[in-house]
Design a protein around this ligand. Structure first.
Ligand SMILES: Nc1nc2c(ncn2[C@@H]2O[C@H](COP(=O)(O)OP(=O)(O)OP(=O)(O)O)[C@@H](O)[C@H]2O)c(=O)[nH]1
Length: 630
């Protein structure tokens, strides 16, 4: 009998051994799969920890803070990036319930992961800070959960805070989501107050999973990560049947087959089991070499069943934001290459293509799901591998509809092409339409900040869609806005305009027709390819001015006069001149010591080696970095 392998000891809240549990004997009717969704910092990880403690899943002691946020970046920034999961056993009225807590990444960049994780759930805890109230991400997460028909258990957290305003926040929930204040639980995740009630409500309000143990095996991959020794590990929700170690499985999307090497439940550390049955959530290892092999949202079935109907909603992840990554100097290229390769193994959503630039040398163009994803990736690169790369400003991918047989033939017969590299933008005469990615943004801000925020949004080409007063103090507005306008500093600007009180979140809106141009930079008439950019035609003039002024400041004066021009379609939009100048590094020396003189001249010539020469002008690498960097 295999079930014996699922036997595990459970501790009570004081950390003492209480009893042994056989997980796969818990019927589907006593399983609940749920997730906690919340705005950043509203206490999701703290609540998760408390639920694990109350149920004896982890022992109670002070050092157990935020067990589920295990990445270093997550700990440091206090954000959840990778979804992590724990199976909790909760005993009520003498019966054991298996509650699978599926910890979703809180940020919209990872909305695909959130979506996948939610596909394994029957309900969610909508956690709201009782002081801060509903924030933009709460709204986005609520809509996501509703669109998946999940039961929503509203919970107010941090009621221990002196300035908590539970009643006002309940009213917000009523106004925005029509949530009955009677249904709202009030807890302090920090102190543990009311957390028992959360567990009871999960059992009472959520339905058990729609799982069938008698049907052929089918499971959904909703997360995966890379283990040095075991390859990519898949977190699966078993929808039907059961799977045992040693069996041959197939992935619907890739069609590849594997032998199941290991199965485990997460409590939250791995507990090996020999089988997983319908309704359960667990870890499946099958010697996958790279994380690309395990695509989130894919369906797994047994090879002997010769096919299955895939579980709905598989969508490959699409990078939305691109940035160039270069080593600080070319000697570090192999180190950085190794570091990127290792990280990509773990993060299948990042795309990597080699790229090179005359100024920055050999590097890569990386594609990310969004800005936070980019941030997290570059931080991990620095922290985990001790590499300090040069990162260029992020850009988005434009969709371009071509016209004319010649242009289409030149692009491999494709009428539509996707371009993120300005240098590859087709000539305007070959273009029928340009499209750029848009998002639907939600901003929640104090009423008195609304004026400046509208100003910022207009400047960023955003169009207001709706506006709603949440109460007397805060207003919620939604905007259609180009992704390109928020990739750089929109969030920071919003925070500074509202003294940190405004919150912002966005969801993908798809491509919208637009008018873009390629802007080139010429130094003494010669094109500097690495400085060319794509810009909206309404902003080209301003952008041109800013760029030439910045270059004037950054390029050192030289022996020849330098003309800096920003050009669109052959038309010069802005121009600045740097006057000629001869820097005599030895000027301060009055005759005398020849070795000192030689040393200074040598230093000067070494400095020159680090420069890129364009039309006899030496542009230091630093200048490129300063212009291109985020
Ligand atoms: N006073 C008080 N503070 C709390 C409570 N719950 C959480 N906090 C604090 O709020 C901060 C954020 O909590 P986290 O649990 O990290 O928030 P989170 O929602 O997981 O954050 P992300 O991982 O970024 O989504 C931490 O400093 C917690 O100590 C509570 O009930 N009362």
């Amino acid at each position: 009998m295999l079930s014996g392998f699922q036997r595990t000891k459970i501790h009570n809240s004081a950390g003492h051994l209480a009893e042994e549990i056989e997980y796969d004997e818990i019927p589907v009717s006593r399983i609940r799969n749920f997730s906690i969704i919340a705005h950043v910092d509203h206490g999701k990880s703290t609540l998760a920890d408390r639920l694990l403690e109350i149920t004896g899943t982890i022992a109670k002691h002070a050092g157990n803070k935020q067990v589920l946020d295990s990445l270093q970046v997550e700990k440091e920034r206090g954000i959840t990036v990778k979804a992590q999961t724990a199976s909790i056993v909760y005993k009520r009225a003498g019966e054991n319930y298996l509650l699978n807590l599926i910890d979703t990444p809180g940020h919209v960049d990872f909305s695909n992961e959130v979506s996948r994780s939610l596909a394994a759930c029957n309900g969610v805890i909508l956690l709201v800070d009782a002081n801060q109230g509903v924030q933009a991400q709460t709204v986005a997460n609520y809509h996501l959960a509703r669109s998946k028909n999940l039961v929503i258990v509203p919970v107010l957290n941090k009621i221990d805070l002196k300035n908590a305003r539970p009643e006002a926040v309940c009213n917000e929930l009523l106004t925005l989501f029509d949530i009955d204040p009677e249904e709202v639980l009030k807890v302090s995740a920090k102190l543990g107050t009311g957390c028992d009630q959360v567990l009871s409500s999960i059992i009472d309000r959520l339905p058990p999973p729609d799982a069938n143990r008698d049907a052929p095996f089918r499971a959904l991959i909703f997360d995966s990560w890379f283990d040095k020794y075991r390859g990519a590990l898949n977190l699966i929700y078993v929808k039907d049947g059961e799977v045992c170690t040693g069996q041959e499985i197939v992935l619907c999307h890739t069609g590849r087959s594997y032998e199941v090497k290991s199965l485990a439940l997460l409590r939250p550390d791995e507990r090996k089991v020999e089988r997983l049955v319908a309704g359960q959530v667990g870890l499946l290892g099958c010697n996958m070499r790279t994380s690309k092999e395990s695509q989130i949202g894919d369906t797994v079935y047994l090879k002997r069943d010769k096919g299955c109907v895939p579980l709905p909603g598989f969508k490959p992840q699409q990078p939305m934001v691109f940035a160039g990554v270069y080593p600080p100097d070319q000697t570090q290229h192999p180190v950085l290459k190794g570091a990127i390769e290792k990280l990509v193994l773990n993060d299948s959503a990042v795309t990597v293509t080699p790229d090179s630039s005359p100024a920055l040398g050999q590097g890569w163009r990386l594609g990310f799901l969004g800005l936070l994803h980019l941030d997290v990736f570059s931080q991990r690169l620095q922290q985990e591998y001790d590499a300090e790369p040069v990162l260029t400003a992020p850009s988005v991918t434009y969709k371009i509809k071509l016209k004319g047989a010649k242009a289409i033939a030149a692009h491999g017969g494709n009428e539509t092409v996707f371009i993120s590299n300005p240098a590859l933008l087709p000539d305007p005469t070959f273009v029928e339409e340009y499209h750029e990615p848009y998002v639907l943004g939600t901003i929640i801000a104090p009423t008195e900040c609304v004026g400046p925020i509208i100003g910022l949004c207009v400047e960023r080409r955003a169009v207001q869609k709706t506006s709603l007063n949440i109460d007397n103090e805060r207003i919620m507005t939604t905007y259609l806005m180009p992704l390109n306008e928020i990739v750089l500093d929109f969030h920071d600007q919003l925070k500074s305009l509202s003294s940190g009180y405004a919150s912002f979140d966005y969801e993908d809106y798809g491509y919208v027709e637009t008018s873009i141009v390629r802007m080139d930079v010429l130094l003494n008439g010669q094109l500097v390819e690495e400085l060319c950019t794509i810009t909206h035609s309404s902003k080209a003039q301003n952008h041109a001015r800013e760029l030439v002024l910045k270059l004037k400041e950054l390029i050192p004066r030289q022996m020849v006069q330098i003309a800096i021009q920003a050009v669109v379609g052959g038309k010069i939009l802005a121009r600045e001149t740097i006057k000629a100048y001869r820097k005599d590094v030895t000027a301060k020396l009055y005759g005398g010591d020849v070795t000192r003189r030689m040393k200074l001249l040598k230093q000067q010539s070494e400095g020159k080696k680090k420069m890129r020469s364009i039309a006899n002008i030496n542009v230091p690498r630093d200048t490129f970095i300063k212009v291109l960097k985020r």
